[in-house]
Design a protein around this ligand. Structure first.
Ligand code: 5GP
Length: 113
């Protein structure tokens, strides 16, 4: 797969594309993946339009940390005992949607990420 040319997650943040939202703060949004690779598969994204995790800098580490804080809080909210956190980075790393996102997966894992 190659990078999509449009940031569909920015369109979800803007409300132009619907999503099944599970969690939201001023800076973070999380919603169910449209093609789940596990019983529970949630996308956790920053509302800021960062393309890949290569954009992490000393100035935005707090925002990246918020992705992990959101994962913990969603896991409690969704009663997930254990889970995987996964991030694809850039096209060669398997990333398709050009907006930073952390995959939260739990239960009945399938291959394909
Ligand atoms: P990536 O391969 O870029 O790390 O993962 C992108 C993820 O976004 C995939 O798991 C894919 O199923 C999910 N996805 C793509 N388009 C949409 C969409 O429009 N809505 C939702 N909820 N998930 C999407």
């Amino acid at each position: 797969m190659t990078f999509l040319d449009t940031d569909i997650f920015a369109q979800i943040i803007a409300g132009d594309i619907p999503c099944n939202k599970v969690y939201e703060t001023d800076t973070i949004l999380a919603f169910h993946d449209i093609a789940p690779k596990a019983k529970t598969h949630i996308m956790i994204i920053p509302k800021e339009n960062l393309v890949t995790a290569k954009e992490v800098t000393p100035d935005n580490t707090a925002l990246f940390g918020e992705l992990f804080l959101a994962a913990k809080e969603i896991a409690i909210q969704e009663n997930l005992e254990g889970y995987k956190l996964h991030m694809n980075v850039d096209e060669e790393g398997g990333q398709v949607v050009p907006h930073v996102h952390l995959h939260l997966l739990s239960g009945d894992f399938k291959t394909g990420l």
